[in-house]
Design a protein around this ligand. Structure first.
Ligand SMILES: NC(=O)c1ccc[n+]([C@@H]2O[C@H](COP(=O)([O-])OP(=O)(O)OC[C@H]3O[C@@H](n4cnc5c(N)ncnc54)[C@H](O)[C@@H]3O)[C@@H](O)[C@H]2O)c1
Length: 428
């Protein structure tokens, strides 16, 4: 096998600043676009971020329709409804105002409305065929209202495939929005549980991309076009990840506890985009891979403060609950990296003697401290899972090759079972 020798940074086009949402109408006018479809979810449709977008479109006389039926934690069914809506309207461009659920729905609707095909054609292999997106899509402007997924920067869209009982997605650079308007005014109304869980998603994006296998351990593709978006840790992504960890450590608790803390909110939405630029080119690994069955197998958990018609485990919560167990497992594979990020999160590393065996535990404890401060449930058992669910949780993680293969330590079904068992209770 020829080892990889190159890394490609697909950069994102972002505009960052409190209030930039109101510029979206002018952006469309300047692009010569006169008719768009705006995506959002039912909870957001009457809130300030959406209202600001609609006012901006009206003042620039850009024609629009609103699709407000985005499902929080999208599924194949909800995606198909959005695709049908987009296809029927033949719009010139799309705007997504919302969290990762909304931005991902807009990406998928844009793809299938532009290049219609069987639904599983573009879904990641082995669940789907993993066919590359054939060419550029129509312009999508992403306006995040959570400080979390970084979806405004990535070529990734995630959904629950209810027909196949798996969570997967589509990953291709052509899915990237042409512009992200990163505006801290839009995260003011986030319920505390979403502010906390989406912020912990940022942390895990950064921790996982920084501790992923090095890009140079992958095999070299036969043509540049086959180089994946998720390339493994690399010097460019590392820079974004480290900065995102620093900002999250400093500002997440403040942003959750006081939504009027403009400085904290502004730094958290910046951290989300920074982590997105990092993991969008490096990838994530086991915390995310294990989160997919945790959210997909939800029974009746409904976090406080959300008024939803269906149970969900908020995405960031499903990720962070696995994180202590994961980093205990991966710590020995690249202990210097685990120690460096634990230190960045405030851990005292001065007493470490056996870095190979201690670094992962130190990082796990730093994460648990943050979970406690943010009132995150105490492990998977606190959101309704028990030891009896472990075989199914492990089986649900196995098909997530796209991310689990980026683990710095090789992992098998028994390892997943042990990690899920460890993740049942985070602290005594
Ligand atoms: N594409 C990517 O790169 C990527 C990366 C990570 C996660 N994801 C996906 O993104 C989804 C999670 O997205 P998310 O965590 O951003 O949340 P979300 O879009 O699922 O929204 C969660 C809840 O918060 C509400 N909400 C969002 N912003 C609000 C605001 N400002 N005020 C009031 N309520 C608000 C929503 O209405 C919803 O009820 C998951 O499906 C996940 O798999 C995608």
């Amino acid at each position: 096998m020829d080892k990889e020798y190159a890394v490609q940074m697909a950069s994102s086009n972002l505009r960052f600043g409190a209030g930039v949402t109101k510029e979206v109408g002018m952006d469309l006018t300047d692009m010569g676009i006169g008719r768009v479809l705006v995506f959002t979810d039912k909870n957001l449709k009457d809130r300030q971020p959406v209202q600001t977008v609609l006012e901006s479109l009206e003042s620039e006389k850009v024609e629009f329709e609103l699709f407000d039926n985005v499902r929080v934690e999208p599924t194949d069914y909800s995606m198909k409804e959005a695709i049908d809506f987009a296809t029927a309207g033949n719009y010139e461009a799309y705007i997504a105002v919302g969290g990762g659920s909304t931005i991902d729905t807009a990406k998928v609707a844009n793809l299938y409305a532009t290049y219609p095909d069987d639904f599983y054609t573009y879904i990641n292999a082995p669940i789907g065929l993993g066919k590359p997106v054939p060419g550029p899509l129509k312009p999508l402007i992403a306006i995040p209202t959570t400080a979390g997924t970084g979806s405004e920067t990535t070529g990734v869209a995630i959904m629950d495939l209810s027909e196949r009982h798996a969570k997967s997605g589509i990953a291709h650079r052509y899915l990237k929005p042409i512009l992200g308007l990163v505006d801290s005014e839009n995260t003011k109304g986030m319920p505390a549980v979403i502010a906390a869980s989406s912020g912990l998603d940022v942390l895990c994006h950064a921790l996982e991309s920084y501790t992923a296998i090095p890009f140079s351990d992958r095999s070299r593709p036969t043509r540049p076009i086959y180089r994946p978006a998720y390339q493994g840790s690399n010097p460019i992504s590392d820079m974004w990840a480290l900065k995102a960890i620093e900002l999250t450590t400093k500002y997440l608790v403040r942003a959750v506890k006081n939504p009027n803390d403009d400085e904290a909110r502004s730094n958290m939405i910046l951290a989300a985009s920074m982590a997105g630029m990092g993991f969008g080119n490096a990838g994530v690994h086991l915390c995310h891979g294990m989160s997919y069955p945790v959210s997909g197998m939800v029974r009746d958990y409904q976090p406080e403060g959300l008024n939803l018609s269906h149970p969900i485990v908020p995405h960031g919560m499903s990720v962070i609950l696995n994180a202590p167990a994961v980093f205990r497992f991966t710590g020995s594979a690249c202990p210097e990296r685990h120690l460096a990020v634990a230190q960045l999160m405030g851990a005292d590393v001065s007493k470490v003697r056996d870095i190979k065996n201690e670094a992962g535990e130190l990082l796990a404890r730093s994460i648990i401290n943050l979970m406690k401060e943010l009132d995150i449930p105490n492990g998977l058992s606190a959101i309704g899972y028990s030891e009896d669910d472990i075989p199914a949780l492990a089986a649900g993680t196995l098909p997530q090759h796209r991310v689990t293969k980026l683990s710095p330590r090789p992992v098998n079904a028994e390892d997943f079972k042990r990690m899920f068992s460890d993740a049942m209770v985070a602290w005594k």
